[in-house]
Ligand binder design. Structure first.
Ligand SMILES: [Mg+2]
Length: 410
């Protein structure tokens, strides 16, 4: 039923435009789309595009329930028979086919993003070119990777297991910072929206003075430990009011953080601009924003210093590059959010390689010892806090499907 509807809708809305005008008869065709979920520290949704040209494209969608159904029930019938080299046209075709059911943001965009990554991989493999080359070439030979760090368990596990303020001691932050810097990372990030033991109530988004002081001590511990060996950033995960976020920013300003991430709930750009006008630390946001349109007002209003789209969520590789280019017009660096497998990470690497104002790409899987094993390689992808931009076709990696199968989530 969905299949008929999606095909009909795409055909109705796009008419003749849903097929390449006058395309060569020997152009490759998409024959199938499928997904498999890997049980990492998040459920990583790997997207596969099969073609009749002996080329398979691999992508990844941001972890989100229902992505599999959107891809296989809605997008598959729209794309089968299409030319995988028409990445930009197919991106717009997918958006039109899901317009009205979330192609502007949310799960629809997340599903489209995963497919878009796989299209670039397929196109690169078919043309025997790395994705960065198809985007206009690389600006750099290696891409800086920054490490997301946790004291104690990850935030997700902490939420499940109810960890207490005891986990979030300054000493634990310092130890973790030391480990990450010794692994070679020169930009690290910690969660700062963590229990202090002095909470009165959290729903109001207000912080007590004792909570602000706890956060200051965590930041101080990291700063004292790493000094100028690394830059350090802090994430507040959309939790606070303008006044409380301002007090946190003021308290940690003296430690010169690289940025403060998501201090306020994500919907209100005016509030973020208001905070930006009041504080003297750099602000970052963007993992909940979709596409160029989701970043335009942030940039126009001077609400952020860094933009952090999530590549397999915000619209994919080309859309992330366009966000980077838009940000560059405001002299604002691109620092993509990333919690994905090596597939999502390599998509971020090609974006990072191809925009001038790229700063660093997140790596969120230091707690997953088999993350590197997902890729067939003799050497680790990440070395000394960098990934060398690969020259192999497409995204430049091959998954080890035995390892994928080993960690497959039903
Ligand atoms: Mg974040």
């Amino acid at each position: 039923m969905y299949e008929d509807f999606a095909t009909k809708l795409a055909t109705t809305m796009w008419g003749d435009y849903d097929r390449t005008p006058g395309r060569e008869t020997d152009a490759p065709e998409i024959t199938d789309l499928s997904t498999v979920v890997v049980d990492g520290n998040f459920p990583w949704t790997i997207v596969t595009i099969e073609t009749d040209a002996g080329v398979t494209g691999i992508g990844e969608s941001y972890p989100s329930p229902g992505v599999h159904e959107v891809i296989t029930d809605y997008l598959r019938p729209v794309l089968v028979g299409e030319n995988p080299l028409d990445v930009e046209r197919l991106y717009h075709l997918m958006r039109e086919s899901l317009s009205g059911r979330g192609s502007q943001q949310g799960i629809g965009t997340i599903a489209i993003s995963g497919v878009e990554l796989a299209l670039w991989d397929a196109a690169g493999k078919y043309l025997d070119q790395p994705v960065y080359q198809l985007l206009g070439g690389k600006m750099r030979e290696e891409v800086r990777i920054y490490a997301d760090c946790h004291a104690g368990e990850s935030m997700v596990d902490a939420a499940l297991e109810g960890q207490s303020a005891e986990t979030y001691r300054p000493e634990a932050y310092a130890e973790e910072a030391r480990d990450a810097v010794d692994e070679g990372f020169d930009l690290i990030k910690f969660d700062l929206d963590v229990p202090s033991g002095a909470e009165i109530q959290t729903k109001s988004r207000h912080l007590t003075e004792a909570e602000v002081e706890h956060k200051r001590r965590l930041v101080e511990a990291v700063a004292d430990e790493v000094g100028d060996e690394a830059e350090y950033a802090f994430d507040l995960h959309w939790n606070f009011t303008v006044e409380s976020a301002k007090r946190v920013c003021d308290a940690i300003q003296r430690y010169d953080p690289a940025w403060v991430e998501d201090p306020l709930p994500p919907e209100n750009t005016e509030a973020m601009a208001n905070l930006a006008s009041k504080v003297d630390v750099p602000l970052l946001t963007g993992e909940n924003r979709y596409g160029r349109h989701g970043f335009r007002d942030l940039l126009e209003q001077g609400a952020v210093d860094f933009v952090a789209p999530d590549v397999p969520k915000t619209g994919g590789i080309a859309e992330s590059k366009k966000i980077g280019d838009l940000a560059d017009a405001y002299y604002c660096p691109l620092t993509p959010h990333n919690i994905g497998s090596p597939v999502a990470t390599m998509a971020g690497v090609h974006v990072g390689a191809s925009v001038p104002n790229f700063l660093a790409l997140e790596f969120h899987a230091r707690d997953v010892p088999w993350w590197e094993d997902l890729v067939r390689r003799s050497e680790p992808l990440i070395q000394n806090g960098r990934i060398t931009v690969p020259d192999a076709p497409g995204l430049g990696i091959e998954l080890d499907w035995d390892v994928v199968e080993e960690h497959r989530k039903e």
